[in-house]
Design a binder for this molecule. Structure first.
Ligand SMILES: [Zn+2]
Length: 248
């Protein structure tokens, strides 16, 4: 049996040259007045093992997490730049990725961001995430979760660039899951990403953990979809690419 460290070393992103993008600019302007509602924290469930059952073996350091975030950002930028180029459009990467540790440390459109959240903020064109919460999810679910989470938030930035805005948040969210699936599946098919053993299962576990409570009405503001809906949307994009995501 392989150790997680061994698996990781030849897992996701083997061979990818990672470009660390200097974060520049301030939170100015907004391409839209819409504030994405953010992602609910993964709920502890059978699909999201708690600390006592996690498969993490202590090698999942904060440094590895930060590297995975940077890698996921680089893959997403490369992927979306290629998509835009192919349709003859100019691509502007999401301006910056902002980790935070305290509630209110980062605001979006004047709204302080809470703990246990990840969000794309259209007003400043940035992605922000609670680093403590994200690292905990990374340790519980695995490195693939970081690539999914970043891909999902990045997809909200792409929706804004494409002027896509649905009436119900669940439509916006399930499309972002499909787009996250497409960026990952297409990157694997292109050889930009190499999945490690267990990564597909990690996607499933991560999606199961971020599903809405089954009692939540689908039309409620902030609904993201049940675990089943999110999993279906993600894998539709993952297996069959962007054409399945109704980008118009
Ligand atoms: Zn979202």
């Amino acid at each position: 049996m392989e150790t997680r460290a061994a698996r990781r070393s030849r897992g996701l992103l083997a061979g990818l040259l990672v470009v660390l993008v200097a974060t520049a600019g301030c939170f100015v302007g907004g391409v839209s007045d819409r504030q994405e509602g953010g992602e609910p924290a993964p709920r502890r469930s059978a699909a999201a093992p708690d600390a006592s059952t996690t498969r993490a073996d202590g090698t999942t350091s904060v440094e590895e997490f930060a590297q995975d975030v940077a890698d996921a950002q680089a893959v997403a930028e490369r992927y979306w730049a290629a998509q835009f180029r192919a349709s003859g459009q100019q691509f502007r990467p999401v301006r910056r990725i902002v980790p935070y540790q305290r509630a209110g440390q980062v605001s979006c459109g004047g709204q302080p961001l809470p703990r246990n959240n990840a969000v794309y903020c259209s007003q400043g064109d940035f992605i922000a995430y609670d680093v403590t919460w994200s690292v905990a999810a990374f340790r519980q679910v695995g490195d693939a979760f970081v690539f999914y989470l970043l891909g999902h938030e990045y997809a909200h930035g792409i929706q804004v660039r494409l002027g896509i805005r649905y009436d119900f948040t669940i439509q916006q969210e399930l499309q972002a899951d499909c787009m996250a699936g497409a960026y990952l599946g297409d990157s694997v098919r292109a050889g930009t990403l190499t999945l490690g053993e267990g990564d597909l299962e990690e996607f499933r576990e991560g999606l199961a953990a971020v599903g809405d409570d089954p009692d939540q009405p689908w039309f409620a503001e902030g609904s993201h979809g049940t675990a089943e809906q999110r999993t279906e949307s993600f894998f539709r994009g993952y297996e069959r690419s962007l054409a399945e995501c109704d980008l118009g």
